[in-house]
Design a protein around this ligand. Structure first.
Ligand SMILES: C[S@@+](CC[C@H](N)C(=O)[O-])C[C@H]1O[C@@H](n2cnc3c(N)ncnc32)[C@H](O)[C@@H]1O
Length: 256
């Protein structure tokens, strides 16, 4: 690993270690509805997990979704570069499911697994922290041919959201790169049909309600906004590039 890359990885781990104890106040309520929406969408795409080996990549502290995958019958490897996130995740009382949950501190671009080990890969808000080609090559190594991959990631194509990011640099790791169309194409090169689901445009306008502490109104505004988003993205394809997030699902295909 060259020193530049080493530095990038240790910055990532330090940032996310600190986030584990960071209080986010009203942002937490907004992100809870956003995350619940995305996890539900991803879990619908994952489907049946009985006897599947799942790589939960960049898992952070996401205990609820870890539990759900184990309850659906999967054996889950929770992988994250931040040791504090993994510690926090494993404080969750998984009970009898614990034996099916395997915490691993590792770099997604260089994982300690044998070839052809995983059937399913799930990751939210992780790919945009990585060198995409390196990561997908590593996935091709650790997964069986035809493994299902499901990722949900922020997009970098809405100028207003990009301006917000530019105004709030401390909220993110400097090296992260919300996905651009070229990144999606890079992922596509390694897959069969790549299903894309675009999320969040008008629904983002629910944010001020959470800011003012009106969480119930915020949740209602979010739900109405999501319904409107779905209609707009279906009827007007160019508007999809204004979406905040994209959920991708596909079968991995080894390059010939
Ligand atoms: C935006 S957080 C998302 C956490 C969780 N997936 C969620 O959606 O709540 C990004 C996560 O990716 C992890 N991460 C960043 N770079 C990584 C890498 N190279 N390998 C593994 N995990 C990484 C971070 O430690 C952090 O937990």
């Amino acid at each position: 690993m060259n020193s530049n890359r080493e530095e990038r990885k240790s910055d990532e781990a330090a940032f996310w270690n600190a986030e584990v104890t960071h209080q986010k106040g009203f942002r937490r309520h907004f992100y809870t509805v956003v995350n619940d929406y995305l996890w539900n969408q991803m879990m619908r795409q994952v489907g049946d997990l009985r006897n599947r080996r799942v790589l939960f990549i960049g898992c952070g502290t996401s205990s609820v979704i870890t539990r759900e995958m184990a309850e659906r019958g999967a054996e889950v490897w929770c992988v994250d570069i931040s040791p504090d996130s993994i510690d926090q995740l494993m404080k969750h009382p998984f009970g009898a499911l614990r034996s099916r949950i395997h915490p691993v501190v590792a770099d997604a671009e260089d994982m300690p697994f044998e070839d052809g080990f995983f059937d399913v890969v799930l990751g939210k808000a992780i790919v945009h922290h990585l060198d995409i080609n390196r990561f997908i090559n590593e996935l091709e190594r650790v997964c069986v041919p035809g493994a299902l991959i499901v990722f949900s990631e922020p997009m970098g194509t809405n100028p207003f959201i990009n301006m917000f990011r530019w105004l709030t640099p401390k909220s993110r790791v400097p090296t992260e790169h919300p996905l651009m169309p070229a990144d999606v194409k890079d992922i596509q090169k390694h897959c069969g049909t790549l299903h894309r689901c675009y999320n969040f445009l008008f629904s983002i306008a629910s944010f001020p309600w959470f800011f003012m502490g009106f969480h119930r109104v915020g949740r209602l505004a979010f739900a109405i906004g999501c319904a409107l988003d779905r209609v707009v993205f279906a009827l007007c394809p160019p508007a999809r590039w204004l979406a905040w997030n994209i959920t991708l699902s596909a079968r991995l295909q080894k390059k010939g």
